[in-house]
Design a protein around this ligand. Structure first.
Ligand code: ATP
Ligand code: NI
Length: 307
């Protein structure tokens, strides 16, 4: 069953410049993505690609100067701002990227219990604390008394104990030791196997691939490819977009080949293929429009040359 459907989602930030001029800066362009129940979909991309903005758009927590177009459906139902507010934290839970999302004035155990919307709150908190190796006395502490890694574990504990059906985890693992990281990723996989949908945002392809079914690759504000996780295990030729292939070659086991250059600033190449300046396959035609998203080999690609 389709849990989340993102259709042609675009986001721009509108800035006032002086008295009369307003500048629109496109930051997300025509995103299309689905998350089914039982699935982990990884969203990969470099810093600034727009991963967190996608998460915030789904949850309805973008800043006020954001202009949003396109549609979002949750279990077939339109996600309006009001519906987002109703579902946030109940049906749709976020593991936020920053530990500043914790309430500084509330003991963290209470925050986790607060997040639990189904069943016995105390038991759910105890269980998730055990799972993420948070001692019992940690529950009585305030966020400022915790290390960064502990605070992060509290965020994962709160979201995974919430009982939500769609879990959006925004870079949930940096700073966690490898055992806790495996535990957290394993828990996301388990929740998917129990019928949830998981959107896992990450920089770390290798660890995301250990649990993902599908991978959406973002570059400069758009999704350039949706691949199956299995497409990453063979030759890069199985991947559809030159950027995804470059990411694959940059993995240690595939030769660590770095990709020269950097992505453009948001909005800088909105009407072209933003990857063209770094792409070995680019031609003049790549600079004329945002390449349309098209289906290719059970996936999706935005590249006019992909075949
Ligand atoms: N409130 C805002 N106002 C203006 N621009 C913003 C705002 N928030 C984000 N941006 C811009 O939008 C782009 C995407 O940001 P986003 O946080 O989604 O990136 P990300 O892929 O999550 O990166 P990271 O991996 O570093 O978390 C960035 O270029 C950022 O500068
Ligand atoms: Ni982010």
């Amino acid at each position: 069953m389709t849990l989340l459907e993102v259709n042609d989602l675009s986001v721009s930030f509108v800035q006032n410049e002086g008295w009369f001029r307003r500048r629109r800066m496109p930051v997300l362009q025509q995103l299309r993505l689905t998350v089914n129940t039982g699935e982990v979909v990884a969203v990969l991309g470099a810093s600034g690609a727009g991963k967190s903005l996608l998460a915030h758009a789904i949850l309805g927590i973008l800043p006020r100067h954001a202009e949003v177009s396109g549609s979002l459906l949750y279990a077939g139902e339109r996600l309006t701002p009001q519906r987002q507010a109703e579902l946030r934290g109940r049906e749709i839970a976020l593991v936020p990227q920053s530990v500043t999302y914790l309430d500084p004035l509330m003991p963290v155990g209470r925050q986790v219990r607060h997040a639990v919307k189904r069943g016995d709150k105390r038991e759910a908190q105890r269980e998730s604390f055990r799972r993420y190796r948070l001692g019992e006395k940690v529950g009585r502490q305030y966020p400022f008394q915790l290390s960064g890694g502990m605070a992060r574990r509290v965020l994962v504990a709160a979201a995974t104990a919430s009982g939500a059906r769609l879990l959006i985890a925004d870079e949930p693992t940096p700073g966690l030791d490898p055992a806790v990281m495996r535990e957290a990723l394993g828990r996301f996989r388990e929740l998917a196997d129990e019928g949830c949908g998981v959107l896992l945002i990450s920089h770390d392809i290798a660890s995301a691939l250990t649990i993902a079914d599908h991978v959406a690759v973002m570059y400069a504000g758009t999704i350039v490819e949706i691949a199956r996780a299995a497409d990453f295990t063979d030759e890069p030729a199985g991947l559809r977009h030159p950027y995804t292939q470059a990411l694959w070659r940059a993995l240690p086991q595939n030769g660590f080949a770095p990709l020269a250059g950097a992505p453009p600033q948001p909005g800088e190449l909105a009407h072209a293929c933003a990857f063209a300046p770094r792409c070995p396959a680019a031609t003049e035609a790549c600079l004329h429009e945002l390449p349309p998203a098209r289906e290719l080999r059970h996936g999706l690609v935005r590249c006019i040359h992909a075949s």
